[in-house]
Design a protein around this ligand. Structure first.
Ligand code: HAM
Length: 417
């Protein structure tokens, strides 16, 4: 049988529906902020990513799908959208003629990472890149744009982390301070961080293994201009979005300056649903004029999964106070039947009686009928004159005497979900 490649994924049903819903929400929000669509190629010269994403990053060092094409060109499948958008911004003359310009993109990215839940080798990003505006107002509105998309989709429980990485003035000192600090306890670092220490010491801060190990890590001291910028961003955001300032947030790409941010949600280990930041030096370093810029990208599959998780939870939480009686064995049918009728006489909405089906099939029906409660009678319960009450919202179960079950159910029926 033909098989899909590891780390790649077919998408259908609810996930496909949620991805389309997300794309539609995003398009509406982008229009409200005056952001135009840009479609860029899936492949670019490998060099583009080395120069922009950065040759010290995991993405470029280990995760790129790079190959030589028939014309001996070194090509890579894009691992992220920003480099291609910056190239297009310069190459199509916007940087010179119409520098104040914001673009959004929706497209698949490729990273040969170790696959796990929420981490795929091909995934969709919806992203935005805003050029030409150095004002903190741009940082704030770019972050709020992301919030608007997430919230218009109906996602409620997410967290926002913000930090400032400083600029060419204040970052080098911090970098050196970190190298000195971590070098003193190099033997305690994981292999990845030992390797990263000289090249990209900031990444040690957000390493899942080493990050939590170190207390009293030196904090970035921003130069007056970066501090003023950051304070202003924070002031503009206050009251419009809940966020926390996280000095450990460094992001995994090389081009960031000043403001960086991440949105996290869901129960997967891979819980970063979106991330971004300012990159005020990238346009120039890629051959354009000096031009401030800021952007973000969200992982569409991760956002869609959080939505699915949340909807499933809400469906669970809105189960109706209905009781489904289940018999586990032929010899229990009479007792289960009597219980079912007693409950109805006592005024409870009671379903069940499909005793010719096995327990799994009976449970499935309870689920299908959105019952909150299952009442289960097996041979032990018949012997003991008891019944098991199972809460289908959390699978907790407890045994009660049949003689007291009516009064128990009266109580549980009034409990909140
Ligand atoms: P990033 O943090 O590398 O940033 O990726 C953005 C988002 O893409 C992540 O927060 C995550 O939701 C999703 N993502 C990343 N890797 C995977 C994966 N293997 N599987 C599923 N989802 C994934 C960037 O890519 C920057 N270009 C963002 C940006 C734009 N910064 C400025 N402008």
């Amino acid at each position: 049988m033909a098989k899909i490649i590891r780390g790649f994924k077919d998408t259908f049903g609810k996930q496909a529906e949620n991805l389309t819903k997300l794309e539609n929400c995003a398009r509406k929000v982008f229009a409200r902020y005056g952001v135009e669509e840009l479609r860029i190629p899936t492949v670019e010269l490998k060099e583009l990513f080395i120069k922009s994403t950065g040759d010290t990053t995991d993405i470029v060092q280990k995760e790129m799908y790079a190959f030589e094409d028939a014309g001996s060109r070194n090509i890579a499948l894009r691992p992220e959208g920003t480099p291609g958008v910056v190239r297009a911004y310069i190459e199509n003359g916007f940087a010179q003629n119409n520098p104040l310009k914001s673009f959004f993109y929706i497209g698949n990215m490729f990273r040969a990472e170790r696959p796990q839940a929420g981490r795929y080798r091909e995934f969709e990003q919806i992203g935005v890149e805003c050029f030409g505006n150095a004002s903190p107002a741009q940082d704030a509105q770019t972050i709020l744009m992301l919030k608007d998309i997430i919230e218009s989709l109906g996602i409620k429980n997410y967290k926002v982390k913000i930090n400032s990485l400083g600029c060419a003035e204040c970052r080098p000192a911090f970098r050196q301070e970190l190298i000195n600090y971590f070098s003193a306890s190099k033997d305690q670092l994981c292999d990845k961080c030992k390797d990263r220490l000289e090249r990209n010491p900031l990444r040690v801060l957000d390493c899942k293994i080493d990050g939590p190990k170190f207390t009293n890590v030196p904090k970035q001291k921003l130069c007056p201009s970066c501090q003023e910028h950051f304070d202003e961003v924070i002031n503009l955001l206050k009251g419009k979005i809940d966020f926390e300032i996280d000095p450990m947030l460094v992001r995994g790409l090389d081009y960031y300056t000043k403001t960086v941010f991440e949105f996290v949600a869901g129960t997967n280990a891979q819980n970063a649903i979106a991330g971004g930041g300012r990159y005020d030096t990238l346009v120039k370093s890629m051959g354009g004029p000096a031009c401030p810029a800021i952007g973000w990208a969200l992982g569409a599959q991760r956002v869609a999964s959080v939505l699915e998780e949340q909807n499933a939870q809400e469906e669970k939480n809105t189960r109706e106070n209905k009781f489904f009686v289940i018999s586990m064995d032929k010899t229990c049918n009479q007792t289960a039947f009597n219980l079912m009728q007693n409950l109805r006489q006592a005024g409870f909405i009671t379903l069940g009686g499909i005793f010719d089906k096995n327990i799994k099939a009976q449970m499935k029906q309870a689920d299908k009928n959105n019952c909150r409660w299952a009442l289960i009678i097996g041979t032990t319960e018949v012997e003991k004159g008891s019944v098991v009450l199972k809460d289908l919202t959390n699978a907790e179960q407890k045994e009660f005497l049949q003689s007291e079950i009516i009064s128990v159910l009266k109580k549980v029926q009034n409990e909140k979900n």
